[in-house]
Design a protein around this ligand. Structure first.
Ligand SMILES: Nc1nc2c(c(=O)[nH]1)N[C@H]1C(S)=C(S)[C@@H](COP(=O)(O)OP(=O)(O)OC[C@H]3O[C@@H](n4cnc5c(=O)[nH]c(N)nc54)[C@H](O)[C@@H]3O)O[C@H]1N2
Ligand SMILES: Nc1nc2c(c(=O)[nH]1)N[C@H]1C(S)=C(S)[C@@H](COP(=O)(O)OP(=O)(O)OC[C@H]3O[C@@H](n4cnc5c(=O)[nH]c(N)nc54)[C@H](O)[C@@H]3O)O[C@H]1N2
Ligand SMILES: [Mo]
Length: 767
């Protein structure tokens, strides 16, 4: 559809709807990032900040986990539109000082939306909400940390504390934080990963022995013949990936996007880093856009593997890599038997695709020597997410697409250091080998009982089993499912504590007492007793590198995450594990990491080399599979799909182009043609018509899981080219529809991409 084909319509709710875009980046992208930077930071600060972004001696972008190019190949402006927004958002000159809280009560702030809350600016000083108080009030760091320690020590059982982490914190802060929790005696370390790539970690560990992807940026840009991108919207969420895809296209690689939405990032890409991209024609990225039904990927990959099996049966030795399968894998026979027996009618129904459409993908597959499959939340947030990703592993193993250039599984991570936080031990179920080494390094006995993940934490909060809730970043209340349940449950705590850069909804749903502790962000200089410190992070491709802020801290009273965590630990335990030395000199923490975490030998030396170093990933490095028997496992994953009752639709919750998770930069979604509002639901025109609805109608979106009505009110229906029967709305506005008790089997990730809903015309009559 051309951009002028649909008139701009302003709905009752103030949303303007235009046509979805078919091109990405280019001048509009540059203009959008500059507008943000100037508004938040002004000209000089913008220049200084943006030019330090993702450079060898600069700081790591706080946005996504996409890797940087090799040191010599980085551009002066090595950032994307959305990275620039993330940086501007953090480096803003706006401040939330204690007098702000004197004026605005918690109740008053609750009435504001997520965009407004963060827009007030950076938190500057610790503030405390006393029992029964209506306003946060200033408190000294000393009293604040002592109060947290007192409440933690007063608990009858360490498991009555929950320590949440969001994926932005550094390796050093994460390591100190998990050490504090375990020294206290609990593994209650839920994190954003529980809602994100846990299904990937689970499936990959089961099949190839390591819960991470096995490819590098160069594999995508320089080596792969075919790149399949399933359930990921890189144009918005990993924009620098488009540059790597462009490089791949220009040397002749093929790209297939599997997605119920025709995302702009798969169309023509105008690279903002090259003159050609700014003025001339761009590069068409996707060769095929496969409009899968939401949650249809397990059926789709089963169908694909079935076709490959049939072609192998017809001409033995021509399709599968038998040498590889014999040497490195087991489970092939059972899989082939299962694939041969599959029924096409069922695959077509579940995937929403015809046999011919899946056959067309198979043609690309057999023509490609090396294949990478990339994926993100479109695959991980479903009930059958783990088997879906196992089936993708099957698909790759069949043709030996792992552990060689240009081939392998590539879960594309979300938060910039979410992968590193896991490596550092932020996990409710770290293996005994890690706990043994941690105990030996610090001469204590870490707890062994599995802790709460995110969903279990909410249940425990709801059931009154948590006294103290601490969050190192993130926005627990807004990011998690069943918002109404979660927000109410927080009131069951005695104390809630948030270490944060900016005000958000979670700070307003609190326990009997609450604390907000303002921390430094990535962009800022972190000065400790031994001088300025850098921190380290791990990207999606397991590259570990330093990050060093360049800006003067936003307030003299902000502290680094490491200083806050170690400061709390000292008040809890005295200086028993050398907490003060860790705070004074982060090299001390890195030395401990070197002793405890595999792959970090000579950490200090290697991480300060330009570009950092790559962590070992045995399948990538040497086709070694650290499973129970040393083989990569092919597994039988019978196709399943969510059954949608008559009249209902399957809702997926997505990110707009103008947000980072619950951080809402602006009320638009340029690529999908939305301006000035976020309460929209994207529905196929025929699905609207079938319900007697039309584009522009205002509807309630309702989920009835477990016999409980969850109603998201007054969304503007947008007629959109999504797959029939599938609808989309934005996260976090739609989170109140995501049932807490609907989670992925094997990973317990909330099923944020398969919510069964019905639409009702707002104000009453059912449709
Ligand atoms: N600018 C920006 N960057 C970000 C983030 C952000 O919010 N803003 N968030 C970060 C984080 S934490 C993460 S985890 C990543 C998320 O990155 P993405 O996973 O790209 O994020 P989503 O917006 O959830 O997009 C999901 C995509 O999957 C598709 N999809 C939905 N259901 C299905 C399905 O059943 N099958 C298939 N094949 N596709 C489906 C949707 O149409 C959409 O294109 O991005 C990271 N980067
Ligand atoms: N319905 C639905 N729900 C989802 C998803 C979905 O696709 N659909 N996606 C899920 C996914 S993939 C994820 S990762 C989670 C995200 O869940 P979270 O990680 O909990 O949420 P964020 O929105 O990323 O957190 C934003 C807050 O982090 C704080 N912050 C920012 N920078 C820093 C910093 O440097 N240090 C500290 N201490 N704090 C900082 C700010 O106060 C900001 O308000 O949400 C999940 N929820
Ligand atoms: Mo994520």
């Amino acid at each position: 559809m051309g951009e002028s084909a649909r008139n701009i319509v302003i709905s009752d709710e103030g949303v303007e709807v235009g046509a979805p875009k078919t091109t990405s980046a280019g001048i509009p992208g540059v203009a959008a990032s500059m507008r943000y930077a100037m508004a938040e930071m002004g000209p000089q600060r913008s220049l200084k900040t943006l030019l330090g972004l993702n450079q060898v001696h600069g700081f790591d972008c706080p946005s996504c986990a996409w890797p940087d190019p090799e040191p010599g190949e980085r551009k002066t402006a090595e950032f994307c539109e959305n990275g620039a927004k993330a940086v501007a958002w953090e480096a803003t000159r706006k401040r939330v000082r204690p007098d702000f809280f004197a004026v605005h009560s918690v109740a008053e702030l609750r009435a504001l939306d997520d965009h407004d809350l963060e827009h007030f600016g950076r938190l500057t000083d610790p503030v405390y909400l006393a029992p029964g108080a209506t306003h946060y009030a200033p408190i000294s760091w000393d009293r604040a940390l002592q109060l947290v320690a007192d409440r933690l020590l007063a608990m009858p059982d360490p498991n009555r504390a929950v320590f949440y982490t969001s994926g932005r914190c550094s390796n050093e802060a994460a390591f100190a934080y998990q050490l504090l929790a375990r020294r206290l005696g609990t593994n209650n370390l839920p994190d954003c990963s529980n809602m994100c790539h846990d299904s990937s970690g689970t499936a990959l560990t089961q099949t190839i022995g390591v819960g991470k992807g096995t490819v590098t940026r160069a594999d995508i840009a320089e080596h792969a013949d075919l790149i399949i991108i399933a359930g990921q919207n890189p144009g918005t969420n990993h924009p620098r990936m488009l540059t790597a895809l462009e490089e791949a296209k220009r040397r002749g690689a093929k790209i297939i996007a599997i997605n119920p939405l025709p995302e702009a990032g798969f169309g023509e890409f105008r690279n903002p880093q090259s003159p050609r991209g700014l003025v001339g024609r761009g590069t068409q990225l996707a060769d095929e856009l496969v409009p899968v039904r939401v949650n249809g990927d397990l059926a789709l990959f089963n169908g694909l593997n079935k076709i490959l099996t049939e072609r192998e049966d017809a001409a033995p030795g021509t399709v599968f890599d038998h040498d590889f399968l014999r040497t490195y894998c087991d489970g092939l026979d059972a899989c082939m038997t299962a694939w041969r027996a599959l029924d096409w009618a069922r695959i077509e129904e579940q995937s929403g695709l015809t046999r011919a459409q899946i056959g067309a993908i198979a043609n690309y597959v057999t023509a490609a020597d090396s294949i990478i499959v990339c994926w993100a939340m479109g695959l991980t947030q479903h009930k059958n997410a783990v088997p879906t990703i196992r089936e993708i592993t099957n698909f790759l193993l069949l043709r030996g697409n792992i552990g060689r250039p240009g081939a392998g599984p590539s879960p594309i991570r979300g938060h910039s250091n979410v992968q590193g936080d896991r490596t550092m031990g932020i996990w409710e179920r770290m293996p005994d080998s890690f706990l043994d080494r941690l105990g030996a390094e610090f001469s204590f006995s870490p707890p062994r009982e599995i802790g709460y993940d995110t969903v279990e934490s909410i249940r425990a909060l709801r059931d009154g089993k948590v006294d103290v809730f601490v969050a190192l970043g993130g926005n627990f209340v807004a990011a998690t499912p069943d918002t109404l349940v979660t927000s109410e449950s927080m009131a069951n705590c005695k104390l809630t504590v948030h270490v944060a850069t900016k005000l958000n909804r979670s700070h307003l749903y609190h326990g009997d007492e609450a604390l907000l502790l303002p921390c430094l962000g990535r962009t800022e200089i972190d000065e400790q007793a031994t001088g300025p410190q850098f921190v380290t992070v791990e990207d999606s491709m397991a590259m570990v590198h330093p990050s060093e802020g360049k800006l003067k801290p936003g307030s003299p009273n902000m502290r680094s995450e490491v200083a806050i965590v170690t400061g709390l630990a000292e008040r809890l335990f005295g200086d028993d594990l050398g907490w003060s030395r860790m705070r004074d000199d982060y090299r001390v923490i890195r030395k401990h990491i070197e002793h405890v975490v595999p792959g970090f030998h000579s950490y200090e030396e290697r991480v300060t080399q330009p570009g950092g170093f790559m962590l070992p990933r045995p399948p990538h490095d040497s086709r070694t599979f650290t499973t129970d028997n040393g083989k990569a496992h092919l597994t039988v994953n019978p196709p399943t799909a969510v059954e949608v009752p008559d009249g209902c639709l399957l809702l997926q919750t997505v990110r707009s182009h103008d947000q980072f998770n619950t951080t809402v930069y602006g009320l638009g979604d340029r690529y999908r043609g939305i301006k000035g509002g976020r309460r929209v639901v994207f529905v196929h025109a025929d699905d609207l018509a079938e319900r007697g609805l039309a584009d522009g109608d205002i509807v309630d979106v309702i989920n009835d899981f477990g016999g409980v009505e969850r109603r998201a009110r007054r969304f503007r229906a947008v007629a959109y080219p999504t797959t029939r029967g599938c609808v989309a709305a934005y996260f976090p506005e739609a989170n109140l529809l995501v049932p807490l008790d609907s989670t992925a089997e094997g990973s317990n990730t909330p099923t944020s991409k398969s919510v069964i809903v019905r639409l009702e015309r707002a104000g009453g009559s059912a449709v």
